[in-house]
Ligand binder design. Structure first.
Ligand code: MD6
Ligand code: FE
Length: 221
């Protein structure tokens, strides 16, 4: 018996046909929205890491986070024993965070526009790195000054299960798969809803091997 010939398949022949999805009021999933700039994003990410390496920060409660973080842009999100805050300086180098690359800014602005936020001008980009087992407990993003601006979140590498709840920690949660290239835009009525990431499963991603990277763009000031 001869085997069917799949040699025509180069891994990119099948389009991502997942539709855009409004999963809560003001919250929009854009499947594959970042795919066309993935290589540019990853090249810039490599430069950012050289100046501001990933590090596992400590929560005010004294626990080391399983997710490793860095930042770019005017402000960076940091946590230590004294609390959560945005800081202009990287506490490791005492230097300003690397500037936000144009390709980051352009992607975030276009995604926000797609969701109806005409002039999103992020001044901070938090970069999260997950290795298998790393997770992000349910939390609210509430360290920003202006909650009228949305948050734009870009997923790269291994897929993750995104938990999305409501205004109270105990509200029921839905689970959304976030894949390489997916973008979530989130604001308005659900801006302060609880959300998190389930422990990352092992796997292999074409572009990032065994890790997941998440970029979240915010307007802090
Ligand atoms: C993550 N994201 O996807 C964690 N927050 O790794 C977040 O915590 C997040 O994706 C606010 C808005 C969108 C997000
Ligand atoms: Fe968050």
């Amino acid at each position: 018996m001869t085997q069917p010939d799949f040699s025509f398949f180069n891994g990119q022949m099948f389009e991502d046909v997942r539709p855009e999805l409004v999963f809560a009021p003001g919250a929009l999933l854009l499947p594959g929205f970042a795919s066309e700039v993935e290589d540019a994003l990853l090249a810039e990410l490599a430069r950012i890491q050289e100046v501001a390496p990933f590090r596992q920060m400590t929560t005010p409660g004294g626990h080391q986070m399983s997710v490793a973080m860095t930042n770019c842009g005017q402000f960076g999100w940091v946590t230590d024993r004294t609390g959560y805050r945005y800081d202009r300086l990287d506490p490791l180098s005492h230097q300003p965070w690397p500037a936000m690359p144009h390709v980051f800014l352009d992607l975030a602005t276009r995604a926000a526009q797609r969701a109806g936020y005409e002039r999103f001008e992020p001044d901070a980009c938090l970069v999260n790195r997950y290795l298998p087992g790393a997770k992000m407990g349910l939390h609210q993003d509430k360290d920003e000054k202006d909650f009228s601006a949305p948050i734009v979140s870009v997923s790269l590498g291994l897929p993750a299960a995104f938990l999305f709840g409501g205004a109270k920690r105990t509200d029921p949660t839905q689970v959304l798969p976030l894949k390489h290239g997916d973008v979530v835009v989130w604001g308005g009525p659900s801006r302060l809803f609880y959300h998190g990431i389930r422990p990352l499963k092992e796997g292999f991603s074409e572009k990032l091997g065994g890790e997941r990277i998440n970029l979240t763009f915010r307007k802090v000031n």
